[in-house]
Design a protein around this ligand. Structure first.
Ligand code: 3DU
Length: 211
C-alpha cells in the first residue's frame, strides 16, 4: 500500500495539531517543514508525537557537512524520525545527514527532483539522475521525486531500485494520485487535505483511492 503523508504546512499550532489528529487514522506519516516550525518552534514535535506517526522534518538541508550534522542532530534530538536533505551540496554534506539519521535510528531522504515548474530549469539534463545516484551512494533511505512528472519518477526508480520514493505534488500542484501511487512508496499531500472543508474526510478519501 502506498503511504499517505500529510504535509502539515499550517502556521497555527492549535490548528495544526487539530488537523493532524483528525487525519491520523488515515495517514501514515506527518511531514513538517519551515512554515510550521518557524511559526511554532521545534516544540511542535511534542504536540504531534502523541499521534504515534513518523514525523518527517522537511528542512531540505543544504549546507557544509558540519552544519548539516548540527542541523540533523537538532532535528533528531527534537524527536523527528526522518529528515529531508538536498543532494546538490555534494556527497559529503548529504552523507552527514544520513549518518546522523542512522545513528538515531531514523531515516534520511535526498531531493532528486522537485515538483514545481521551475524545477526543470536545473534538475533536468541529467542532474536529477545524478542526485538519485548520489542518494544511493550515500546510503540514504530514499529520494523525493515529483508527482507532477510521473515519467521522471519512473526514470529515477531505475536508479534507486527498491529504495523509498516519496512524492509531493499530488492535488494542489496538479499531480494525479492514481497515476503516482503506482510508482512510489508514499505520496505527500498538503493543501488538498488541510484546506479541505473536512480534512479528515479528504484524508480518508485519498487513503481509499491510493493503491
Ligand atoms: O502542494 P501541497 O500543498 O500538496 O504540499 C506539498 C508539500 O511538499 C509542501 O510541504 C512542499 O514544500 C513539499 N515539497 C514539494 O511540494 C515539492 C518538492 O519537490 C519537495 C517538497
Amino acid at each position: 500500500m502506498t503511504e499517505l503523508i500529510l504535509a502539515l504546512d499550517l502556521l497555527d499550532r492549535k490548528q495544526a495539531a487539530r488537523v493532524a489528529e483528525s487525519c491520523a487514522p488515515f495517514i501514515d506519516a506527518v511531514k513538517v517543514g519551515y512554515p510550521l516550525v518557524l511559526a511554532t518552534g521545534l516544540s511542535i514535535v511534542d504536540d504531534l508525537s502523541g499521534l504515534g506517526l513518523p514525523l518527517i522534518a522537511d528542512f531540505k538541508v543544504a549546507d557544509i557537512p558540519n552544519t548539516n550534522r548540527l542541523i540533523s542532530e537538532a532535528v533528531f534530538s527534537a524527536g523527528f524520525d526522518a529528515i529531508i536533505a538536498h543532494g546538490f551540496v555534494g556527497a559529503d554534506a548529504a552523507r552527514a545527514c544520513v549518518e546522523v539519521a542512522h545513528n538515531h535510528g531514523g531515516a534520511a531522504y535526498i531531493v532528486a527532483e522537485m515538483s514545481h515548474p521551475g524545477a526543470t530549469e536545473f534538475f533536468h539534463g541529467g542532474v536529477a539522475e545524478r542526485l538519485a545516484t548520489l542518494a544511493v551512494s550515500c546510503r540514504a533511505d530514499g529520494i523525493i521525486a515529483p508527482a507532477t512528472r510521473p515519467d521522471r519518477i519512473s526514470r529515477l526508480r531505475e536508479i534507486v531500485g527498491e529504495k523509498t520514493i516519496y512524492s509531493p505534488g499530488v492535488g494542489a500542484q496538479g499531480g494525479d494520485l492514481d497515476t503516482v501511487a503506482r510508482l512510489v512508496d508514499g505520496v505527500i499531500v498538503g493543501r488538498s487535505i488541510y484546506e479541505a472543508e473536512d480534512p479528515a474526510a479528504e484524508a480518508e478519501r485519498l487513503s481509499r483511492i491510493r493503491r
